[in-house]
Design a binder for this molecule. Structure first.
Ligand SMILES: *Cc1c(COP(=O)(O)O)cnc(C)c1O
Length: 200
């Protein structure tokens, strides 16, 4: 079972490996307000726990063809547009190629940077969310602030872990990542005196 909200349609996956996939569409697919569920038929056979509300029971949706109540039609329509666009560019293979290229640009900069450091082991790195730190909370905060003044917004890391997080969802173009890396290089040069001690 997987919550695929962050990586939905970012690359091909083997759906057969999962009993259930679910995700909000708001990151890679369409406007907020829809959830897509892919569930193996045998998992829908049994009744859920008696306390489960009708509207939180996947069986309700499966039996009524997702039309038990009036769904968010506009959201579904917009998702349909994105599905067609994806098919038009060459499907998930092409989307994956673009996402790999975007992530590689940022990770290869991080791997040689003396100021910034990626926070995830290489083999576990995400194509969608790239997390990094400088090792110094004040410099992190200044980076986030100056980046946002330069049009690079929402780089502040998750409130639980701090640091920075760059989201490279499907809609982010390669040029956007290039702009971020250019800015990080500039910031690194300007802050080269502040570096070292904390990083290692
Ligand atoms: C983003 C995300 C959520 C929650 O999405 P919201 O936009 O905060 O509602 C849940 N699970 C995963 C894996 C996500 O990436």
């Amino acid at each position: 079972m997987a919550d695929v909200s962050s990586c939905f349609l970012s690359r091909p996956i083997d759906v057969k490996k999962y009993g259930l996939l679910f995700g909000g569409v708001q990151k890679n697919i369409g406007p907020a307000g829809n959830v897509i569920v892919v569930v193996r038929k045998d998992l829908l056979k049994d009744d859920p726990m008696p306390m489960t509300p009708t509207m939180l029971t996947y069986k309700t949706y499966a039996e009524k063809n997702s039309l038990y109540n009036t769904p968010n039609c506009w959201g579904i329509y917009m998702c349909g547009k994105v599905f067609k666009w994806l098919l038009g560019i060459g499907g998930l293979e092409e989307m994956n190629r673009r996402n790999e290229k975007k992530a590689a640009l940022l990770y290869s900069y991080l791997d040689q940077s003396k100021l910034f450091k990626g926070t995830v082991r290489k083999e576990d790195r995400s194509l969608m969310n790239v997390t990094f730190v400088t090792g110094n909370k004040e410099i992190d905060a200044r980076f986030v602030q100056e980046a946002s003044e330069n049009g690079l917004v929402n780089l502040k890391g998750h409130r639980i872990v701090g640091g920075m997080r760059a989201s490279l969802y499907n809609a982010v173009p390669y040029e956007g990542v290039q702009k971020l890396v250019d800015f990080m290089e500039k910031f690194e040069k300007e802050n080269s005196s502040a570096i070292v001690s904390e990083k290692n």
